[in-house]
Unconditional design. Structure first.
Ligand code: SF4
Lengths: 218, 415
């Protein structure tokens, strides 16, 4: 039995390549354990030439690719093993299984995917920027603590929307910054103390308080 | 003493909250990668929830709550003694952009009292949208109210800047509208909605590439997120079936995206013609459920009617369950065989669960546990289905089925 280290916020393309290497090497799911790269494992990695060269090329069914897209961001340590298990079953001939949500493995992965989508949606919705003047320019800063590994997944939304602003989003797992029209991912910084922003602290709160359902008060 | 911006906001957000819509969904996707500020994703985002579960998506305000009309159900009517205020075009622009940059809102929902004339009011609303789009490059969501009786050219201009337009029909019955809102003209409301529909349809048509022609510059958009309307529920004696019947004809005639139902609440001043108590929110909720069944579940008005002997939706039972209880002969349905249209009638099965059942049964024969993984509401569906390993037995005939399936009242969350 081998341990395969994976970065916990692994990107989709390298992880798909890794799955294909495993499948190409003929490993059964019970011969492998995927471990998050910062966790220790007593099991050895597969011996060379595992992972060298191009992985075998085959297409993953669309329903599988859709599950994988979100499920790899989930915080559960089991996500990589389940994804490999499902791929292995597909390669063994259960070609339709990823569309069968009554299958317990598919149901579990679909549930991961749903939670991740919800987390992404929450970060899009509930993150708030505070405007701060830093070195003579306006920078919008935010701090958010998502439940899953979604920092890369949320970036396009903020990029599409706030292209003409400079902004920095901090999370316990990493930082994204958009400055001078360049996007950078960086290691986490300390949680900043919230600076005063009259629009958020006065205007927004006044609006929120006022827009309540009339029926309670009238 | 002139009001400051926060004081105006307090007055004009308060006056705007009677509009139920806060949706920022629908329409084309846009982003700011090539300039400007803002995006629309096609599906709305609620940036906050009020304590009673309502979505806060847009900055929803009136431009002014001065009004020369005297609609009895409205707090802003001319005979009401509320505090009055008026925003300038620049103030609304600044509020919208400031809140948008902090990611508090999806955009602006702007309505207005009729301070001078219908045309002046419409022109002011258009001026705000024009300034946001053209001076500030704003690409977020804009919902504008259109004013019945306003010049068609102004509505056409509103359509160029707004994602969504809406005009409220207010009452299902025109005679009641005449009585409660004497200055409102039901004919002008329908004409306004027709003008908007024509604009939307024409823009859609013009954007289709002509066969065999080289594509030219795309014609301007017109309210790409469509139009909606609102009815007040419970201010008059109209039954739920009357209201739904009106909705069905409104959806068909004006290509509406949504009809909103707003439960009536007294405005704080006693009135001889209005009820003195608020309409229960549950009634509003049941109307939305029935509206959903009509639009997405293949139910017809006579279907619903067959389960509503009094013409009123049952507050204790959702309308789909109410229908199923009256039509027990249709059930139980075999989830491994029944066609989609019938599965959609099973209480507890949403459209998504039905699609998953149909996808799953291509590769397996569904057992009860499997169905439990496909819907979150197996308990409700159980008496109405057959699976490979399960029959409901006599529970369908159980006289107490309704009680068993009707959950005890709990805090509502509205969609
Ligand atoms: S026109 Fe009627 S509903 Fe509209 S603000 Fe004036 S009084 Fe209220």
């Amino acid at each position: 039995m081998y341990a395969i280290p994976v970065e916990k916020d692994v990107e989709e393309a390298p992880f798909r390549a890794l799955l294909k290497h495993c499948s190409g090497a003929g490993f059964r799911p019970d011969q492998l354990m995927f471990v998050e790269a910062d966790k220790h494992s007593f099991l050895p990695p597969p011996p060379p030439p595992f992972g060298e060269g191009e992985p075998p090329s085959f297409t993953m069914p669309r329903a599988y690719a859709e599950l994988l897209h979100y499920a790899i961001c989930h915080s559960s340590a089991a996500r990589f093993d389940l994804l490999y298990l499902l791929l292995w079953r597909i390669r063994q001939g259960e070609s339709m299984v990823a569309s069968n949500h009554s299958d317990p493995v598919v149901a579990e992965l679909a549930n991961y995917a749903k939670n991740v989508r919800r987390d992404i949606h929450k970060m899009h919705a509930f993150l708030r920027f505070r405007a701060e003047e830093i070195d003579g320019r306006m920078v919008y800063t935010a701090w958010f603590e998502p439940q899953h590994h979604i920092l890369r997944a949320v970036a396009p939304f903020f990029l599409d929307r706030f292209t003409n602003m400079d902004w920095v989003i901090g999370t316990p797992e990493g930082t994204i910054a958009w400055q001078d029209k360049t996007l950078t991912f960086a290691p986490p910084g300390p949680k900043p103390h919230a600076s005063k922003d009259t629009v958020l602290d006065d205007l927004w709160l006044t609006y929120y308080r006022t827009t309540f359902n009339p029926r309670g008060s009238a | 003493m002139p009001l400051n911006l926060l004081q105006k906001l307090e007055i004009l957000a308060d006056a705007a909250k009677y509009d139920a819509s806060c949706a920022s969904s629908g329409g084309a996707k846009r982003n700011a990668r090539s300039g400007g500020l803002g995006s629309t994703t096609g599906c709305g985002i609620c940036h906050a929830y009020t304590p009673d579960g309502r979505c806060v998506s847009l900055l929803k305000i009136l431009l002014t709550n001065f009004c020369i009309y005297d609609c009895v159900y409205c707090v802003s009517r001319r005979s009401s003694n509320v505090a009055r205020a008026r925003f300038t075009v620049a103030e609304v622009g600044r509020l919208t952009l400031d809140l948008y940059r902090r990611n508090c809102i999806e955009g602006l929902f702007l309505s207005s009292g009729i301070a001078r004339s219908e045309d002046d009011t419409m022109a002011d609303l258009v001026a705000v949208a024009r300034s946001l789009r053209e001076e500030h490059g704003f690409r977020g969501y804009i919902h504008l109210k259109t004013i019945p009786g306003a010049n068609e050219a102004l509505i056409a201009e509103a359509g160029r800047y707004a994602d969504r337009l809406s005009m409220n029909v207010e009452m299902p019955d025109e005679a009641v509208l005449k009585r409660l809102a004497p200055e409102k003209d039901a004919g002008a409301i329908l004409k306004g909605m027709a003008v908007t529909r024509t604009g939307i349809d024409a823009a859609k048509e013009a954007r289709k590439p002509a066969p065999g022609k080289i594509r030219r510059a795309r014609p301007p958009r017109f309210a790409p997120a469509g139009q909606s309307t609102q009815m007040i529920v419970g201010a008059d004696g109209a039954s739920d079936i009357t209201i739904l019947d009106k909705s069905v004809s409104l959806y068909a005639s004006y290509g509406l995206k949504r009809v909103y139902y707003s439960a009536f609440s007294p405005t704080g001043h006693p009135s001889a013609v209005l009820p003195d108590h608020a309409t229960p929110l549950m009634r509003e909720h049941r109307l939305y459920q029935a509206d959903w069944l009509l639009r997405y579940y293949g139910f017809t008005l006579p279907d619903l009617q067959s389960a509503l002997p009094t013409g009123m939706l049952d507050l204790a039972t959702d309308p789909k369950l109410a229908w199923a209880l009256v039509h027990r002969g249709v059930f139980p349905l075999d989830v491994n065989r029944a066609e989609r249209a019938l599965l959609l009638r099973v209480p507890g099965f949403g459209t998504k669960a039905v699609d998953r059942i149909i996808a799953a049964r291509r590769s397996t024969c569904l057992r009860l546990d499997d169905v439990g993984r496909l819907t979150g509401a197996l308990r409700r569906a159980r008496p109405f289905i057959v699976t490979a390993d399960y029959q409901p037995g006599s529970s369908l005939d159980d006289a107490r089925l309704r009680e068993r399936l009707t959950p005890p009242p709990k805090q509502l969350s509205l969609f």
